[in-house]
Design a protein around this ligand. Structure first.
Ligand code: ZN
Length: 407
């Protein structure tokens, strides 16, 4: 793809695109327009998502107001109680949560939330950001429906600087007030098929939504640029397998777009031989990687291919936290490509994820390698990747998709 076009797409989409919001839909329509430059038939496929509009969010620490954002979908009401800072989840610490408003360190995942509920926490406080950054940004979080399972307690997110201050000051009494409208809206995938001689197909995915503070250039308009690069290439070059491109919506909200796609196309997935996912490519610094949720042979294949092409790839077997995972969970072997930015040279899910992290030349170089790989698979006499998920990967999928707790 021309470098001017890569830079234009990054500039045109430099806005926040949260899953289910109007800006995400605007980006979907924009991507359809770009696809149409190369091939016909791009369209959206909608799916329902839970949404919320916050009317009021207040946090008072010993009477002083602290800037906060209420969690979407955590309900409405008032919580008043003593602050407890849950530094670790040992038995003793958890036993101290009952009736308290609990501050936690990490991201509020499924098992952490279950701990809070089972130990009688009244409400929760999370924090993010970085005490060394100049900003006081607060990310908009949500209590995901598959995390709350209908058991909601109020929650707010605050900036790390305020969290540190609260603990330093020995804050005791907390009051949280949340008022929000919760409802069901729509998000969408953008889908384009390039028919090959075979009905069997390779699915190619990249999410185009972003988190609340991020214009998501690296995570993940860069991956979308990789898909567009392939759409341009394969609209002019041979592929015996059909290619289905899916620009996924609402990935940042828990892979909702790829999950919805897999549910809506469940029967056709029998004909899907491989999923190739792109999530974060083209950053200036760092090494190129590839995570295979497949048999080990694919790891070796891509490693050799990297050396053969003079384009080194760090390849490993695992489950990547991205849109490849719902496909693998339905039995489709997958590979995710990414360039990993080292030591804070490219952070994501904050306002620093902009096109300044990328160059068009690196986006193109990464896209070209991925295109070479896909071209080999798509023109294979038979796609060589075994269409099965090995037991060690099934175990990882069970853990990632919260059916089993990791040891
Ligand atoms: Zn991403």
């Amino acid at each position: 793809m021309k470098h001017e076009l890569i830079n234009k797409i990054l500039a045109d989409t430099a806005y926040v695109r949260m899953g289910g919001r109007a800006e995400e839909k605007k980006a979907a329509e924009y991507l359809i327009g770009v696809c149409n430059e190369f091939a016909n038939g791009a369209h959206t496929e909608e799916f329902p998502v839970d949404l919320a509009d916050i009317k009021r969010a207040k946090l008072y620490a010993d009477g002083a107001e602290i800037p906060c954002k209420a969690y979407f979908l955590c309900g409405s009401g008032i919580a008043e109680g003593e602050l407890y800072y849950l530094r670790s989840t040992d038995k003793y610490s958890l036993s101290q949560c009952r009736g308290k408003i609990v501050m936690i360190d990490s991201y509020l995942g499924y098992w952490k939330y279950r701990d809070l509920i089972e130990n009688g926490a009244m409400a929760f406080i999370t924090f993010d950001g970085n005490i060394n950054y100049a900003d006081r940004d607060i990310d908009q979080r949500e209590l995901r429906p598959y995390v709350s399972n209908g058991e909601k307690i109020l929650g707010v997110n605050i900036n790390a600087k305020d969290a540190v201050k609260m603990i330093e000051d020995g804050v005791k009494d907390i009051r949280i007030e949340v008022e929000q409208d919760e409802y069901v809206g729509n998000s969408q995938n953008v889908v384009l098929e390039l028919k090959g001689e075979r009905e069997e197909f390779i699915v190619l995915t990249a999410h185009y939504d972003s988190t609340s503070l991020s214009t998501g250039a690296f995570d993940n308009m860069s991956g979308c640029l990789g898909l567009l690069h392939m759409i341009e290439y394969f609209s002019k070059n041979s592929h015996s397998y059909s290619l289905r491109f899916v620009f996924c919506g609402s990935e940042e909200r828990g892979l909702l777009g790829s999950k919805a796609y897999c549910e809506a196309h469940l029967e056709e997935l029998d004909k899907c031989v491989l999923c190739v996912n792109l999530d974060m490519i083209g950053c200036i610094m760092g090494k190129f990687g590839s995570c295979c949720t497949s048999e080990k042979e694919l790891v070796n294949y891509i490693s050799y291919m990297g050396l053969e092409c003079g384009f080194p790839v760090h390849v490993y077997q695992g489950v990547y936290s991205s849109d490849s995972t719902p496909f693998s969970d339905k039995g489709v072997p997958s590979v995710s490509f990414a360039r990993f930015s080292p030591s804070n040279t490219g952070t994501i899910h904050n306002s620093y994820d902009t096109k300044a992290l990328l160059t068009a030349a690196q986006v193109e170089a990464d896209s070209e390698f991925i295109t070479k790989f896909v071209s080999r698979m798509a023109n294979a006499v038979l796609c060589p990747v075994a269409r099965k998920i090995p037991d060690n990967m099934k175990q990882k999928l069970d853990e990632y998709l919260l059916r089993k707790k990791a040891d």
